[in-house]
Design a protein around this ligand. Structure first.
Ligand code: NZQ
Ligand code: ZN
Length: 385
């Protein structure tokens, strides 16, 4: 096991009616900016519950944060927050709204061009306004981590930053607030969370037993409960298990002290920037191909994954690894996420374009061993055609 420092300061309020806890989390008197998306929180009653919890505090509302939150939109929220001397940012929505809130919170006190926060991946951040969150779409893990991914459509970029000051101070996870999700978004969330585990687990053995067994159990829960919650969207316990699994997939615990990959996310973000494909769907395209291209390097963990997650315990190591990759592709497909670029109308030349864009930003060594070069990125996408 590698050395690590584990830090997760986010207080979680989980369960029915927990939006009321916001009242205890915020100072009795404070100026709050409520950030939201296109209106789902009005339709499902979350907005009413949040306003009730906020009581007589001074609240400004900013609606219109897009899926794949846009820099230019968020900069309007930054200006509003600066002008109105906002003290807290409260996000109510999916991962995009939460990520947007983290960016606004970091940009308000930032001296300099806020785009730098993303270009430097958060390296120069010193402080941020406090963020609270009400999560209505399980998947990204944004509710309990310090990461945010921001798109800038005007220059076709999608970049991330990560910093300890960006952790939400608290997050409310009420599974009932997610019952109104369209099937496509539930499936996206299950697939995104599953992929977060893969990124931290399917690398090479580090003899990290807690992290491995924990990662495997999160995956098994998603495999069992994911399809159930897609089919029974208002069953509380199916959904509750998926919500909690998604949090643990990316709150830092299973990634502590182990090698991590993240190449599929880097490649996937480019596919979203270029073609507007949902985040989770880009991963469903990249992961099966990446695992296949890298199967020799990842063999030991693939064999462990085959046995412990998919109960594949017959055949040679090579055959088991291959069967596990096929199971992974079938899992995405069973959720309704197509796994080929052609399913999304993406032309073959995208492979070299993505590799070129990453190279232009100096990103030439991905993966747990730094061996996913632009050439390998291109190969992965060509195989995913
Ligand atoms: O905008 P509204 O009206 O709220 O509608 C949203 C949006 O259209 C809707 N929705 C959310 N909750 C709902 C609901 N509709 C009905 N009922 C509800 N309860 O769902 C749509 C998609 O929402 P979005 O927030 O975009 O989805 P998701 O949570 O998948 O977030 C995706 C973003 O998160 C980033 C992705 O790159 C992408 O930009 N990620 C963030 C990560 C992090 N912070 O750690 C890690 C992830 O790997 C990921 O990259
Ligand atoms: Zn993701």
């Amino acid at each position: 096991m590698e050395n690590f420092t584990y830090f997760n300061p986010t207080r979680i309020h989980f369960g029915r009616g927990q939006i009321a806890a916001i009242d205890r989390e915020l100072p009795a008197q404070c100026r709050v900016l409520l950030l939201a998306g296109g209106g789902s929180i009005r339709a499902n009653g979350v907005h009413d519950q949040v306003r009730r919890a906020l009581g007589s505090r001074a609240v400004l509302e900013f609606f219109g944060v897009e899926a794949n939150p846009d820099y230019d939109t968020l900069m309007r929220a930054v200006e509003l927050a600066r002008r109105e001397k906002t003290e807290w940012i409260l996000a109510a929505g999916g991962g995009s709204v939460l990520d947007g809130a983290k960016f606004v919170a970091a940009a308000v006190p930032y001296e300099g061009d806020p785009w730098e926060i993303l270009v430097t991946r958060g390296a120069r951040l010193r402080s941020a306004l406090p963020v609270g969150a009400v999560l209505t779409l399980p998947g990204t893990g944004s509710e309990a981590n310090g990461a945010a991914v921001i798109s800038r459509r005007s220059i076709r970029q999608k970049l991330a930053f990560i910093h300890p000051v960006a952790f939400p101070r608290f997050s409310v996870l009420d599974p009932e607030t997610t019952f109104t999700l369209p099937q496509r978004q539930i499936a996206n969330g299950v697939a995104d969370a599953f992929t977060h585990v893969i990124e931290q687990y399917l690398t090479y053995p580090a003899r990290a037993a807690i992290q491995d067994r924990f990662a495997e159990s999160v995956m098994r829960v998603l495999i069992e409960e994911g399809p159930r919650t897609v089919r029974n969207p208002t069953d509380y316990d199916f959904r509750a298990n998926v919500v909690w699994a998604a949090t643990w997939a990316l709150n830092g615990a299973i990634g502590a002290g182990v090698p991590q990959d993240w190449a599929s996310h880097m490649i996937g973000h480019e596919l979203t920037a270029l073609h507007g494909i949902d985040h989770a769907r880009t991963l469903a395209v990249v992961i099966p191909s990446l695992l296949s291209v890298q199967r020799a390097r990842k063999k030991a963990k693939l064999v462990q994954y085959a046995e412990r997650v998919w109960d594949i315990d017959k055949g040679t190591d090579g055959a088991r690894a291959e069967a596990a990759v096929a199971k992974t592709r079938a899992f995405y497909e069973s959720l309704g996420l197509r796994t080929r670029l052609r399913d999304y109308g993406v032309p073959a030349e995208t492979a070299s374009e993505v590799a070129g864009r990453l190279k232009a930003r100096g990103l030439v060594k991905f993966g747990e061993r730094g061996d996913i070069t632009p050439e390998v990125v291109e190969k992965i996408l060509r195989q995913a055609a």
